[in-house]
Design a protein around this ligand. Structure first.
Ligand code: UD1
Ligand code: CA
Length: 467
């Protein structure tokens, strides 16, 4: 049985942030979520996460991602049972070895193997972890480390070998002699250990180094001195296993991840007019022959059908879009549903559960909040629709407002099929406009309108003094 242990308790001083490093986002999800996904693909028995800095937030991020993975079932997970999620608290951060020591009790109850991953290496692929475990088992090792050669190894632990090329120890940046620091092969905090041997090794760790920390990197050396077998697996892709320590590295990997996503979409038949200015998060799905114009941002769990057009300067998050939908320039859309053939924008704002039915049109400077807009209905200019339900073939004149908030409560507006709302109508909710009715321009509608009627006028009179 293989378990996974993720090291995620550190603050990440070099990020210069109030926020724990593993919570910084890459491609729309926290760093630790990326690592977790790779871990799940190993089909482990349990995943332990060592938490410390902002423990609750890190734990929530891990649970969130696990829940998402469980629900969406990306197929990555070929195991019948979902791995057990366990959290280990490292209250004081005294080094990577200390982080694993915090999990000692938990690990002692497990047998088999444990794969250790840093929470800050988000591009790690499951295949790489699998080859690490394979090498570990094939060579009958007690510990196996993933290593990589870096042109600039600054900051990483150097792999020191003897003249015969036999592994001796790992030397950290701050402890190394110039000769040791010239070594280009580095450890990347990714290990496979026999759990029992790891625990024995941990018992011999000390803080005898320039940082006064318990270094996990000392464990292989200790194991060897106990007569155990330690192996290295040299990996070829340095970027995949690189840890993020600064915001510059975060931006570098963001670019890499973004390029990966855009290529995937283009290969699947989506036109991305200008990949250099298009930002599409990892979870987003887009159908064939949809065209994404320059300077578009699409985030969250957004799904876009085929044959759609998304024009420039549009930002969307968690939106479900059917086929042949047009989103015109500069629209901002969140948590909404837009069905086949609808047209949105330019300059439209949809949010909080807006639902736009087939062939409906939402035009310039129209805000739709928590409202349903029926088939073929149009609201083309300067309108607010909040807590409203609109039937089919309704026309909303320019400047219409559903007055849904009296300062205390939100109330509903219902507009039935084939209604024509005249320009600048105020619909004072709760109110219902019956099927086939019309309101004249400038009406203030405070009472329900029966079907097939024309209403006009302003009933605004002083009812009582407020003070
Ligand atoms: C570590 C390694 C270094 C390796 C590099 C690869 C050690 C001593 N050094 O250095 O050899 O080349 O990773 O990326 O192991 N963490 C805790 N608790 C702590 C300290 C760290 O949970 O007390 C976690 C961090 O949250 C992070 C991971 O361990 O996710 C690595 O810590 P970091 O401080 O980034 O280690 P490096 O200095 O990069
Ligand atoms: Ca690091």
């Amino acid at each position: 049985m293989t378990d996974v242990l993720i090291l995620a308790a550190g603050l990440g001083t070099r990020m210069k942030s109030q926020r724990a490093k593993v919570l910084h986002e890459l491609g729309g999800s926290p760093l630790v979520a990326h690592v977790l996904r790779a871990a799940f693909e190993l089909a482990p028995g349990a995943v332990f996460t060592v938490v410390g800095h902002q423990a609750n937030e890190v734990e929530a991020a891990v649970r969130n991602e696990a829940e998402r993975e469980e629900q969406t079932g990306t197929g990555a997970l070929q195991v019948p049972a979902f791995p057990e999620l366990k959290f280990v608290h490292q209250t004081e951060q005294r080094g990577t070895g200390h982080a694993v020591m915090a999990a000692r009790e938990e690990l002692a109850t497990r047998g088999g193997l444990v794969v250790i991953l840093p929470g800050d290496a988000p591009l790690i692929r499951a295949e790489t972890l699998r080859s690490l475990v394979e090498r570990h088992e094939k060579d009958g090792n007690d510990g196996t480390m993933l290593t990589v050669e870096m042109d600039d190894p600054t900051g990483y632990g150097r792999i020191i070998k003897d003249n015969e090329g036999k592994f001796l120890r790992i030397v950290e940046q701050k402890d190394g002699s110039p000769k040791e620091l010239a070594v280009k092969e580095v450890g990347v905090s990714i290990y496979c250990f026999n759990t029992a041997a790891l625990i024995e090794g941990l018992d011999h760790l000390n803080t005898d180094n320039s940082q006064g920390e318990y270094y996990l990197t000392d464990v292989p050396k200790i194991m060897q001195s106990q007569g155990r077998r330690v192996g290295l697996l040299l990996h070829s892709d340095a970027q995949e296993v690189a840890g993020i320590n600064t915001r510059i590295e975060l931006a570098d990997l963001e670019r890499k991840l973004r390029e990966r996503k855009l290529r995937e979409l283009m290969l699947a038949g989506v036109t991305i007019v200008d990949p250099a200015t298009t930002y599409i998060h990892r979870q987003v799905e887009i159908g064939q022959d949809t065209i994404i114009h320059p300077q578009v941002i699409i985030e969250g769990a957004t799904r876009i059908g085929s044959g759609c057009t998304v024009q420039s300067w549009t930002r969307m998050k968690n939106v479900e879009i059917g086929d042949n939908v047009t989103i015109k320039n500069s629209s901002v859309i969140e948590d909404s549903v837009i069905r086949d053939g609808a047209s949105i924008g330019p300059f439209a704002r949809l949010r909080a559960g807006a639902e736009i039915a087939e062939k409906a049109a939402i035009g310039n400077f129209v805000e739709v909040k928590k409202s349903k807009v029926g088939k073929g209905t149009k609201a083309s200019h300067l309108t607010y629709l909040g807590n409203a339900t609109l039937g089919e073939r309704v026309n909303i004149g320019a400047g219409t407002v559903t007055c849904n908030y009296d300062g205390v409560r939100k109330s509903e507006t219902i507009i039935e099929d084939d209604v024509k709302i005249g320009s600048d109508t105020m619909l004072v909710a709760p109110v219902r406009v019956g099927r086939g009715s019309k309101t004249a321009a400038g009406s203030v509608v405070t009472k329900d309108v029966p079907p097939d009627s024309l209403v006009a006028g302003v009933p605004a009179v002083v009812k009582k003094k407020l003070k």
